[in-house]
Design a protein around this ligand. Structure first.
Ligand SMILES: [Zn+2]
Length: 427
């Protein structure tokens, strides 16, 4: 994407968000002054800070800082929590960011499940709901279930729905930044003509932001996980599908049409099995959950002694058996790691990230997966590109993608005070 196209996309996204915020409730929105976002972000980062220190750190005048802080106090995002240490004169009043003043819903729409997390403004999960569902083939049911699980989360919250900032939705499909409510008809044909965010917007009257699941896993790692403090890294999600999210210069890199990171459909074996996407021998046909279940089931014919024999073979059963040292399960995992290594090696040569973070269900295998993956990668990369790159597993677990979806909303909201509302008197 060249600079002017990037600016155009940024402008149209900004316009869409502003419209969404205005339509919610113009009467109670707070003014967004030019410097408000910077002050709000500083307060979020520091948690506790005085007005004088904000002025010193931002270069804003004391009166401008006082006006902005006045707006923030009205929204309850910030509270005065007592006196700080004196620096010669009057002791300054300490302002504290209020993590629990608002909530955000993050929805993880997988190929075969939906999960919803209600989180506070510090990424802490307040409520969590999870249900299996054939999302790829049942869009109407999936949209209803997103609403149902969101309502279930909100019922467990002591605050009212007027404190909900917005909803982030992660989808297992490329997302075009110019039309984020549509999923790819190639990857999810049943969703043709269906809209991901519309019903949620109507029901909850808040902004709804949609992005790819691996992108949002990457964002969660950047804010809360193994990507903290790292400006260039790649998150690889290995689940039913396989995808990657790139953080470049600290931001999600989506590419021109939102397809960046779709490593699940790299051709690994030109003569391989047909893939859902219509191609043949994609990485997902070797490493995706369905492929591993099929492969383990086939191998079981010759291995009645395996821990997997005589029970339903699921991806969780394979992971459990591998953790228990079952040779057949370990063989399946090692072969998957070998193939994954081919794709990761290519990515290292292309992007040279500082770190690769493996997420999704297989990540809980830790070193069982990583040892083979590292060997596979090392054999296929330029020495200079692999040497400093660490390959680690996610520490955020099964909630990473939902948390990332909520984080997308948090990131947007911390830049624009109009996402928050003025407290009614006596409230
Ligand atoms: Zn494919």
């Amino acid at each position: 994407m060249d600079g002017s196209a990037a600016r155009k996309v940024a402008r149209s996204k900004k316009a869409a968000r502003s419209a969404a915020i205005r339509s919610r409730d113009a009467a109670v929105a707070v003014a967004q002054r030019p410097s408000t976002g910077g002050v709000l972000q500083l307060l979020w980062r520091e948690r506790q800070i005085s007005r004088a220190e904000i002025a010193r750190r931002t270069g804003l005048s004391r009166s401008t800082v006082s006006e902005i802080v006045g707006d923030l106090l009205k929204t309850r995002l910030v509270a005065e929590v007592g006196d700080g240490a004196s620096q010669g004169g009057r002791r300054p009043i300490v302002l504290q960011f209020q993590d629990d003043a608002y909530g955000i819903l993050g929805i993880d729409m997988g190929a075969a499940h939906i999960a919803a997390a209600l989180v506070n403004l510090r990424g802490q999960v307040i409520a969590w709901e999870h249900r299996s569902h054939p999302v790829r083939t049942d869009p109407e049911g999936a949209v209803s279930l997103m609403i149902e699980l969101s309502e279930a989360c909100l019922r467990q919250w002591k605050l009212g729905a007027d404190r909900l900032v917005g909803i982030g939705v992660a989808v297992p499909s490329p997302v075009d930044p110019k039309d984020p409510d549509r999923v790819s008809e190639v990857v999810m044909p049943a969703w043709q003509g269906h809209n991901v965010g519309e019903a949620l917007r109507k029901r909850f009257r808040v902004p709804v932001l949609v992005d790819n699941d691996a992108n949002l896993g990457a964002l969660a790692e950047r804010w809360w996980g193994a990507g903290r403090g790292i400006d260039d890294f790649t998150y690889v999600k290995v689940a039913t599908g396989v995808g990657a999210g790139h953080i470049i210069h600290g931001e999600i890199y989506r590419g021109a049409h939102g397809i960046a990171g779709e490593i699940g459909h790299l051709t690994i074996d030109p003569q391989g099995e047909p893939c859902l996407c219509g191609l043949r021998g994609c990485l997902a046909t070797r490493v995706g959950s369905r492929a591993l279940v099929a492969h383990a089931s086939a191998l079981l014919q010759g291995h009645p002694e395996s821990a997997l024999a005589g029970r339903e073979v699921t991806i969780t059963a394979i992971e459990d058996a591998a953790l228990g040292g079952d040779p057949l399960a370990l063989q399946v995992v090692r072969e998957a790691a070998e193939y994954l290594g081919i794709a990761v090696a290519g990515m290292l040569n292309l992007m040279n990230p500082a770190r690769i973070i493996i997420g999704g269900g297989l990540a809980r295998l830790g070193e069982l997966l990583l040892a083979t993956l590292r060997r596979s990668v090392t054999g296929r990369t330029l020495v200079s590109s692999i040497a400093p790159t660490e390959i680690v597993t996610s520490e955020l677990g099964a909630r990473a993608v939902a948390l990332g979806a909520a984080t997308l909303v948090l990131q947007t909201a911390l830049a624009d005070l109009r996402h928050f509302r003025i407290a009614a008197a006596g409230n």
